[in-house]
Write a protein that binds this ligand. Structure first.
Ligand SMILES: [Ca+2]
Ligand SMILES: [Ca+2]
Length: 307
């Protein structure tokens, strides 16, 4: 999971082991912005995910129908906002609030053209809002000889690895261009942090699983609770194209190639592109990544990913 020759990143992939976080050595954080987990006062469900975050992301194929539900009970009325001209006639009819009972679910049809479409769900009584950034992907069917619109991706296996759905060959890719690089996927992570490190001009294309971003937010919150003040992680390796993975000498298919893994470290004090000295021993090394690793390893995947 780790790229060779790099500084002890912590790999976050697949499922995390269950058990409870115990005590970790905490160092006094430098003067910094207080960490805000970025949660709205309600929780939404979409695809297989559950998110309480004021900014969330979903990746869709053109024409795909997105279902968004409020997970909580008795929250009153919500206002659902979609970009003008999107939604489709069917979905707008389904979303019309004509009954006395407040709506708890909405549908949105992804437009045919790839891009970023901000969807908003606002709780009328409190103005709490979740911005759900919907990324409509470019179909993988457009790939020719391992290239998608000039970007080198390589080839995915046709069969599922170990029979797992997680490793299904992608049906589409997220487009990252100058406008969407800075787009937020969650309160503390942006699309541009997950690009493959291969040298290429924009637009680039990538894969991400919604679940990975939610996990990263959870780990980030735990890290802050443990005393490691940071507003995001340094993502050393996010998405890897099969082409790049092969280039760096990794011949096996890994979760990185399916957008389901990232190698991370804390780089906040100082923010210098290198992992921080978390245990305060004057060195940035494996002992520091071990602290972060313990945090990830000790987390339960059930905390709120499951209903
Ligand atoms: Ca640093
Ligand atoms: Ca250290």
């Amino acid at each position: 999971m780790k790229a060779p020759g790099l500084l002890f990143p912590v790999a976050l992939a697949g499922l995390m082991a269950a058990s409870i976080v115990s005590a970790y050595p905490a160092i006094a954080p430098p003067e910094s912005v207080e960490f805000d987990a970025g949660k709205a006062g309600f929780t939404i469900k979409y695809k297989e995910e559950t998110s309480p975050y004021r900014v969330s992301a979903v990746f869709l194929m053109p024409g795909e129908i997105l279902d968004v539900k409020i997970a909580n009970h008795d929250m009153g009325r919500f206002t659902w906002e979609v970009p003008e001209g999107t939604g489709g006639s069917d979905s707008s009819a389904a979303n019309r609030d004509s009954s006395a009972r407040p709506l708890k679910s909405w549908k949105w049809k992804a437009p045919d053209s790839a891009g970023l479409y901000p969807l908003r769900l606002r709780r009328d009584s409190t103005d709490d809002t979740i911005l759900l950034n919907a990324f409509v992907m470019v179909p993988a069917a457009e790939m020719r000889d391992g290239y998608l619109r000039g970007y080198h991706i390589g080839t995915y296996p046709k069969a599922l690895i170990k029979g797992l759905e997680f490793y299904r060959a992608p049906s589409g890719f997220i487009r990252a261009d100058a406008n969407s690089l800075g787009a937020r996927l969650s309160p503390h992570f942006k699309l541009g942090q997950f690009l493959c490190k291969q040298t290429a001009a924009l637009p680039a294309y990538l894969l991400l699983k919604e679940r990975l971003i939610l996990k990263l937010e959870l780990v980030l919150e735990k890290a802050n609770q443990a005393g490691y003040a940071c507003q995001s992680f340094h993502v050393m390796s996010g998405y890897r194209t099969p082409f790049y993975n092969h280039l760096i000498g990794n011949v096996k298919f890994s979760a990185h190639q399916f957008g389901g893994a990232s190698d991370i470290f804390i780089d906040a004090a100082p923010e210098d592109g290198e992992m921080d000295d978390l245990n305060g021993d004057g060195r940035n090394d494996g002992l520091d990544s071990e602290l972060l690793f313990k945090l990830v390893d000790g987390m339960s995947v059930n905390e709120y990913f499951l209903p």
